[in-house]
Design a protein around this ligand. Sequence first.
Ligand SMILES: *Cc1c(COP(=O)(O)O)cnc(C)c1O
Length: 398
Amino acid sequence: MTDATHPYDALMDITARPKAVFVRGAGSYLWDDSRKRYLDFVQGWAVNCLGHSPPAVADALAAQAKRLLTPSPAFYNGPSLALAQALVAQSAFDRVFFANSGAEANEGAIKLARKYGSLHKGGAFEIITFTGGFHGRTLATMSASGKKAFEPLFEPKVAGFKKARLNDTASVESLISANTVAVMLEPIQGEAGVWPATDKFLGELRALTKAHGLLLILDEIQTGMGRTGKLFHYEHAGIAPDIMTLGKGIGGGVPLAALLATEQASCFEHGDQGGTFNGNPLMCAAGLAVLEQVGKPDFLKAVTDTGLVLESELQRLSARHGLGEVRGRGLLLALDLKLPIGPAIVAQAFEAGVLVNSPQPDALRFMPALNVTRQEISEMIDCLDAILTRAGAARLVA
Ligand SMILES: *Cc1c(COP(=O)(O)O)cnc(C)c1O
């Protein structure tokens, strides 16, 4: 044991973090240990879909915690059965496997596709993924990701991922071989800076994968659970994928993820898949509380309406300061800055008590609570407006 001189030193230093220690959250606001308040448009990375510590989730967790924490993944439990049934009823899928993180759900999707290939496609195992894509931080999901910074890391990568270009159907078609079993993508590339796959492209991918007998896997970890105004993003494109993964918003702030598949694609046999905490009743109780609210048509309609408000406010901000386009859908939006001033804006907004994210140096990403108010949107926009006015966009370049 080392004698850590500062509490920060006891944690592995895996990313640059501000020194503030966060102690409380409610709705769109967070407080640190010096009682400073922050308006949060990051929400734990699009996780807290109902805001910080929503009463419905907190109550469901408290009630379930007193009743049963975990019986064992080898036994059924009520909340996981109820949540699986509710997800199946509201989606294009027939079967659900619960996981603890998005990466684990995607790892499961990759395994399921490989299993499908071994059973039905003569051992085909390759999955076509996309440049700029992000699927998580396990070895296989890093290998599936098309993130430039991952390329030199942790070699050798897991084999079997070929990278096509988003919104370029020909680039996908040219990679299909006898070894191909699936195409996997995020409907909106989140970490890459909010780059949407067009509905047309998703339609073409569905037709192409059907024609070649390939599985279409959608990583809806960021776009699912109402984030874009539909419960699942694929609904916008009028398609039904074979496999989908959910994470982030599904737990409303607690670690829960899911792998969903059609009956035909759901081909795991006993022993292929599992995990100690998978489908534990505590997290599934939270998921049920989230789905109960997010799955309501008027809730989803409000996400669409609020998303349009945020979009037009960002467009006005952009016009005032000579910035670029606004991308995305619903409440997953990015503002193109045209200059690498994202990190400087994030730092100044943090000082001013507003949390925004810069997934790429030339973009800001907005992923507020799905029940964020117009007043909170105005407050955030006013903060960015003041930063940009004070400095002038060009002078923010580091
Ligand atoms: C966040 C994210 C993941 C990884 O989820 P974790 O819970 O961090 O493992 C995978 N895919 C997408 C699209 C994500 O946004």
